[in-house]
Design a protein around this ligand. Structure first.
Ligand SMILES: [Zn+2]
Length: 354
């Protein structure tokens, strides 16, 4: 017996980041990078994920083998927003005028000339019509994260006016804005400016949760990555190999996050499933985010729906992600990660059935 499900979707991952540290990524040969990205995509598919939104870094998401990848056209942080000239340079690279389709159920009227099939050699992805525009998202960094000391992690990295102006220009280019923001004033300003998704929201308050719900802005918390980074057995040498200070900061985020997720859920905020994963060490463990969200109060049925239907809507897919099959009922296996650990790996099945 097999259990069929729409493929799971990761709403926040860095498929092209083969190493945690940017300098380490820079030292890899192009061949090595291509090989590792393909391996990361294979690992995601092996645990049932057939689509994702790139949260930055993938220069050509249509070339990621075997995954439907909704791309991110640019990342804008304090450096890019420091003055008008650098911001103009970043935003002008968004090729304003290609007008990618943004709403679910709407196909691009005319695909940008650079568009290619999103899943090379994967006929099910093509026949499902889930080919997304090349890169409909732009990422904003509005607060610090792992790189910021705790007392400054909620300091806004841009002014209210700058956030408003950038998001207006992103929308004018036909794209949507995702904001890395842990909380504080910058989160309120992003809501004011009509941001399309909030990423992380580690210190989200009850009032902010109410505002997100009222504005129908989804939250993609990425809970599990902070737990992994806080655990020296996984984050230290032999694992991700990040400095101890990163683990200390991650531990604070991991402590705060369940409350933020619970506030969001209670307020009726749409919650998406994203991992913030990079490196072959993490890909393939994407299902763990569902367990992490369940530990914050969501039910399995809620997390499964979030990772399939809701995520498709959040990232702007035309329909469900390519279907997968499990050899055990994924809703009943005690921990979803066990599906992968037991070797009950998902396999893709054609749209016409097995
Ligand atoms: Zn990220």
């Amino acid at each position: 017996m097999i259990w069929r499900s729409p493929g799971l979707i990761d709403a926040h991952a860095h498929i092209s980041w083969t190493d945690f540290d940017a300098a380490d990524r820079g030292r890899r040969t192009p061949e090595d990078t291509v090989r590792l990205i393909a391996e990361q995509a294979r690992l995601m598919r092996a645990c049932g994920f057939t689509a994702m939104r790139d949260a930055g870094g993938a220069s050509d998401p249509s070339r990621i083998p075997g995954l439907t990848v909704v791309g991110c056209a640019a990342m804008i942080g304090a450096a890019e927003a420091r003055d008008r000239a650098s911001l103009d340079a970043t935003l002008s690279a968004l090729s304003v005028g290609t007008r990618p389709a943004l709403s679910v159920g709407t196909r691009p009227a005319a695909a940008p000339s650079s568009a290619r099939p999103s899943s090379m050699g994967d006929p099910s992805a093509l026949t499902l019509g889930t080919r997304p525009p090349a890169a409909p998202w732009v990422k904003l960094f509005l607060t610090g994260g792992m790189g910021a000391p705790p007392e400054h992690v909620l300091d806004p990295l841009m002014t209210r006016e700058t956030i408003r102006a950038i998001i207006a220009r992103i929308h004018a280019s036909g794209r949507r804005a995702m904001a890395h923001v842990w909380g504080g004033s910058a989160l309120d300003w992003a809501i004011d400016a009509g941001v399309d998704t909030v990423e992380h929201g580690v210190y989200l308050t009850g009032a902010q949760a109410e505002r997100l719900a009222a504005a129908r802005i989804p939250l993609v918390p990425t809970v599990n990555i902070y737990r992994i980074l806080a655990d020296r057995a996984q984050a230290g040498p032999g694992g991700l190999d990040v400095p101890a200070v990163v683990s200390e900061r991650a531990a604070r985020a991991a402590d705060a996050h369940p409350r933020a997720v619970a506030l969001a859920r209670d307020a009726g905020v749409t919650i998406g499933v994203g991992t913030d994963y990079c490196t072959p060490y993490l890909f393939g463990r994407n299902l763990e985010e569902l367990d992490a969200l369940e530990s914050c109060g969501l039910t399995r049925a809620e997390t499964w729906r979030a990772a399939t239907e809701t995520n498709a809507r959040i990232i702007g897919l035309d329909g469900p992600a390519p279907e997968v099959a499990f050899a055990a009922d994924p809703i009943r296996v005690p921990h979803v990660a066990d599906l992968a650990r037991r070797g009950v790996s998902a396999r893709e099945i054609g749209v016409s059935g097995v």
